[in-house]
Design a protein around this ligand. Structure first.
Ligand code: PMP
Length: 375
């Protein structure tokens, strides 16, 4: 029977308690949200929704074509200019998703004959970028600049080091300055994914590379998503103009993909402008994360100290993690639930996001619910 093997896989997944299902979120969800990646609480901000609606009215519901044909509007180039300027890089290129941006950066910068050194804790999109790239891959221990240096020492030609800036599972930060140093020692490029750093880390949310003093460096390339702290959708690659020019000519997820929808461009532009006007939002997200962590720890829960806005709480097993998240939901709290295969170490977790717009009372309520429902 066609697709018969799917049933076997489904059964195995079910036995392991790892079945995933979709749960549509109603527009007027009554749940307290600690599950989304809307770190700055901007997805529903009137300036951002109007940015989306206004852009759609002027430029249409879709980009109408790939970026190299009809899909580059003046709004796209405006967003690229402002993103580059905000983050402190020479140039920027936006993509239809952060996933596509990561595939583009790793494949275009890791060609045949090159070495790609990748952190073991990297996001799936970076891993897939490595899989698609023609270079030789070497996976190194998580957040280990020494291992990176050693790996680079084994190769004489072109090389890149690929890492998340903030790892999406535990919310821990990469040792960016040390990684950059290892790269410089070996003449390698550093490609970092700032999906969870943009809008949260750095001055006014300018991102983890800016916080580490790497903004504008000619050997650093940054990817990010517009779908988390900017409350929109899409992805971006930031870096030297010559690298961005190379991506326009060589990155398949740029060349063969329809341009980012104008509504997403408009929303991201509005968010960026709001962030410039209200730089305290980034620090507030970090403060909420610190408070969440302190309260969870005081309640005897095993929470990882956050470096950005992601707070991870260990669960005893995948089944208990799923039940814990479901019990939180019943008590009015939405939390993320990470379990294999999304977690490289096999440890299931509740994943909380510290939104800048959470009040003290909401943080307290969230911690109380998590404590009361713990397995
Ligand atoms: N990188 C990281 C670290 C992420 O967490 C995500 C989103 N889950 C992505 C890339 C992909 O971004 P997007 O959702 O815009 O495709």
């Amino acid at each position: 029977m066609a697709f018969g093997w799917i049933d076997e896989q489904a059964e195995a997944r079910s036995r392991a308690g790892l079945v995933r299902t979709l749960r549509p979120r109603p527009a007027d969800s009554p749940l307290l949200d600690l599950a989304s990646n809307d770190y700055l609480g901007l997805a529903h901000h009137p300036e951002i929704t109007e940015g989306a609606a206004g852009a759609a009215r002027v430029w249409g519901g879709g980009a109408t074509g790939s970026r190299l044909v009809t899909g580059t509007t003046e709004l796209h180039t405006e967003l690229e200019r402002e993103l580059a300027d905000f983050c402190g890089f020479e140039a920027a290129l936006v993509f239809s998703s952060g996933y596509a941006a990561n595939l583009a950066a790793v494949t275009a910068l890791g060609p045949h004959g090159s070495l790609i050194v990748s952190d073991a804790g990297n996001h799936a999109s970076l891993i897939d970028g490595c899989r698609l790239a023609r270079g030789t891959k070497q996976v190194v221990a998580h957040a280990d600049p020494e291992a990176v240096g050693k790996a680079l020492g084994t190769h004489a030609g072109a090389a890149i080091v690929v890492s998340d800036t903030v790892f999406s599972v535990d919310g821990d930060a990469a040792p960016l300055a040390a990684l950059a140093e290892a790269c410089r020692e070996h003449g390698a490029g550093l490609v970092v994914d700032d999906a969870h750093g943009l809008g949260v880390l750095g001055d006014g949310g300018r991102g983890a590379p800016q916080a580490a003093g790497l903004a504008g460096a000619d050997d650093v390339v940054v990817t990010a998503t517009l779908s988390k702290s900017l409350g929109s959708q899409g992805g971006v690659v930031l870096g030297p103009a010559r690298v961005i020019g190379h991506l326009v000519n060589a990155a398949r997820t740029f060349i063969f993909d329809t341009g980012l929808a104008p509504a997403a461009v408009g929303a991201a532009l509005a968010a960026l402008r709001l962030l410039r006007r209200e730089p305290a939002r980034a620090a507030r997200a970090r403060a909420v994360a610190a408070e969440l962590h302190a309260r969870l720890t005081a309640a005897g829960l095993e929470a990882v100290r956050p470096d950005a806005a992601v707070v991870s709480v260990r669960a005893p097993s995948p089944e208990q993690a799923v039940r814990w998240a479901a019990d939180c939901r019943t008590a009015g709290l939405a939390v993320g639930c990470f379990r294999p295969p999304s977690v490289p170490d096999g440890i299931s977790r509740l994943r909380l996001t510290a939104r800048a717009d959470l009040s003290g009372a909401e943080i307290e309520r969230a911690v109380r619910v998590i404590g009361e429902t713990r397995p």
